[in-house]
Design a protein around this ligand. Structure first.
Ligand SMILES: Cc1ncc(COP(=O)(O)O)c(C=O)c1O
Length: 408
């Protein structure tokens, strides 16, 4: 007989042995006080903390307009949607959200999923059904949800070196010119905060007759005149066939989507199991997300303040001589390069200074590139930045880490 418990023990022990076992920090955000939150320690005691690693990049998770829309929908319709999109789960809230997103990206249509992970996985795993023989060219550092979608689809895949358009060209040129092709990449890679070469990829796609698929998860809400992302900022949105985004980061709520032509959305809607066979988003979530998207179409001041806070934090960290990775985005990684010290700094920041930043270790990033990844937002005040800078200065010295030049 199989000893299932022993199997689980082995699997968990392997993670402990490799130093990859994850423990979650138990925090509770308080409405109106983010980035302040309360940390419940393992012994049950509580401590006030400041969250420095969240993806509620603009603080929209507590924006009154968003909360009002959610309350209103909750009171009007109740808790859940009650069904899949096909069977009783399509509401006016879902339709309104999709219309808002299609308009945001200047596309004919949009399709909402329960998360951007599912949107990536479901769409990329479905496309070969729509285009038999499809070859997908995928950036080496694409998010797990894209990798999973491409892996599961049974079609051909080529992985090009991160942001290396010369390598991508080589791969495209080596394949049958008549084969259907799609290039999948991101506009901002979340671990380094670097940008994808959108224009160069669109040029190659045009030359080789490929479709383009961009993940703007770490950009929507924050870049572009109306918050549609980096492709909007760079005037390239019309050259992208499928845009993927999340409603859970800068928009502060939950859910994910693709925006594309009406035909593309219709086909994915009709063929993707990850869209079809799951309960649709709760109406209050759809309503809150739509309110957030609508709000950020015009709140340029919030986007500006976000960039300003990120710039100040980078300047201050650089002033201490800490090795930040700076590619000009809002994400601020500080390179530690040692998993034990990375975890130690993170632990001490939390326990001694009430500053929460999760250590980013292997396998999320390659060994030797362990880092602390800070995500300043408009609600991180100059005073909070001061506190962080003093704490980092002390701990860096305490851990005898080098003060080096910025990378990027
Ligand atoms: C690049 C990228 N794509 C997709 C996702 C998934 O987004 P969601 O949280 O909406 O599932 C993430 C989440 O961290 C991400 O970093």
């Amino acid at each position: 007989m199989t000893d299932y418990a022993a199997g689980l023990d082995r699997a968990l022990q392997a993670l402990h042995d490799e130093g990859r076992y994850r423990t979650f920090i138990d925090i509770e955000r308080r409405r109106g006080q983010f980035p302040h939150a309360v940390w419940t320690r393992p012994d049950g005691s509580e401590k006030d903390i400041t969250v420095w690693c969240g993806n509620d990049y603009l603080g929209m998770g507590q924006q009154p307009v968003v909360l009002a829309a959610m309350h209103e929908a909750l009171d009007a319709t109740g808790a859940g949607s009650g069904g899949t999109r096909n069977i009783s789960g399509t509401t006016v809230y879902h339709k309104a959200l999709e219309a808002e997103l299609a308009d945001l990206h200047g596309k004919e249509a949009a399709l909402v999923f329960t998360s951007a992970y599912i949107a990536n996985d479901a769409t990329l795993s479905t496309l070969p059904k729509l285009f038999p023989g499809l070859i997908i060219y995928s950036d080496a550092l694409n998010h797990a949800s894209m990798i999973e979608g491409v892996r599961r689809n049974g079609g051909a895949k080529r992985v090009f070196r991160h942001n290396d358009v010369a390598h991508l060209r080589e791969l495209l040129a080596a394949d049958d010119p008549a084969a259907p092709k799609l290039i999948a990449f991101e506009s901002i890679y979340s671990m380094d905060g670097d940008f994808g070469p959108i224009a160069a990829i669109c040029d190659l796609a045009e030359e080789f007759g490929a479709l383009t698929y961009i993940d703007e998860v770490h950009a929507v809400g924050m870049y572009g005149r109306r918050g549609a992302g980096v492709a909007e900022r760079d005037g390239l949105m019309h050259r992208i066939d499928i845009i993927n985004g999340t409603l859970a980061k800068a928009y502060g709520v939950m859910g994910g989507y693709i925006a594309a032509s009406a035909k593309m959305c219709d086909a994915v809607r009709s063929y993707a199991p990850g869209f079809i066979f799951t309960t649709s988003l709760t109406p209050s979530i759809a309503a809150g997300a739509a309110a957030s998207v609508r709000h950020l179409k015009t709140d340029q001041a919030l986007r500006d303040l976000h960039q300003e806070r990120a710039a100040v934090l980078k300047l201050r960290l650089r002033g201490l001589g800490l090795p930040i990775i700076d590619h000009g985005s809002h994400i601020v990684p500080v390179h530690v390069g040692d998993p034990v010290k990375c975890k130690m700094i993170s632990d001490r920041l939390l326990s001694d200074h009430g500053i929460y930043v999760q250590p980013i270790n292997f396998p999320t990033v390659p060994r030797g590139t362990e880092r602390l990844r800070f995500t300043p937002s408009p609600v991180h005040s100059p005073r909070m930045i001061d506190g962080l800078i003093h704490a980092m200065d002390n701990l860096w010295s305490h851990c005898a880490l080098n003060r080096a030049k910025a990378v990027g």
